[in-house]
Design a protein around this ligand. Structure first.
Ligand code: TMP
Length: 219
């Protein structure tokens, strides 16, 4: 059966603090949507050859020094590339794009977490995204301790190694962002059953963005 394209594409991003399960949830959604729609799955930092190099520097090069401001510019550089190379062309072709993190992450992490002025980050975000904002952003909300415990099971990267106060500020930042843009940003509580969380995500998307009946589990 031919897959549907939308007239102007749909851009969905997933956000949340460490160990919230956003990669699993965004993938489950992608696996479901791609049965009926022309879909692209990607992530930040990454999603392009340049972005993958930058991701490696940011997350896995533990021995090199990266100042707070250099960190911001590296995230923004990866973003500028993915917007030009992947996101804009996919939207133009009417695809659904599911992106694991996007510009809200820099506000929450480097802004609220790292205390870089929000105004500066907002203007860098605007430049890197060429003014593009997601149609829908899903923040998966989880208690910080539970999330960090889950994340640590997979090994710790440079961002996860920041102290707990940093991660608490990141969560508070995400919650503030959701309050300031309630139409675009929706909070979904992380349930202990991952399929329940996924059901809530699909229900939200069906209510607001798509009309096609979505697949049920098992997918
Ligand atoms: P993740 O793909 O496992 O979520 O890892 C990405 C890490 O990078 C995560 O710790 C959040 C962090 N990050 C920022 O600090 N700022 C950003 O702008 C982005 C996109 C990610």
């Amino acid at each position: 059966m031919a897959k549907k394209s939308l007239r102007r594409g749909l851009f969905i991003t997933f956000e949340g603090t460490e160990g919230c399960g956003k990669s699993t949830q965004s993938r489950l959604l992608y696996d479901c949507l791609k049965r009926s729609y022309d879909c692209v799955y990607t992530r930040e930092p990454g999603g392009t050859a340049a972005g993958d190099y930058i991701r490696h520097i940011l997350l896995h090069s533990k021995k090199i020094k990266i100042s707070d401001m250099a960190e911001v510019f590296l995230f923004e550089a990866a973003r500028a590339q993915i917007v030009r190379e992947v996101i804009r062309p996919s939207l133009k072709a009417g695809r659904i794009i599911i992106c694991d993190r996007f510009s809200d992450a820099t506000i929450a992490y480097q802004g609220y977490g790292g205390k870089i002025p929000l105004k500066l980050i907002e203007s860098l975000n605007a430049a890197a995204t060429e003014g593009l904002k997601p149609d829908l952003t899903i923040i998966l909300d989880i208690d910080i301790n539970t999330g960090l415990r889950r994340a640590k099971k997979k090994g710790i990267d440079r961002m996860e190694a920041k102290d707990i106060a940093y991660h608490r500020r990141v969560r508070a930042g995400y919650l503030k962002l959701a309050k300031s843009e309630p139409k675009r940003i929706k909070i979904i509580k992380v349930e202990s059953d991952l399929y329940k969380t996924q059901e809530n995500i699909r229900a939200l998307i069906l209510r607001n963005y798509l009309t096609t009946k979505l697949c049920h589990f098992p997918i």
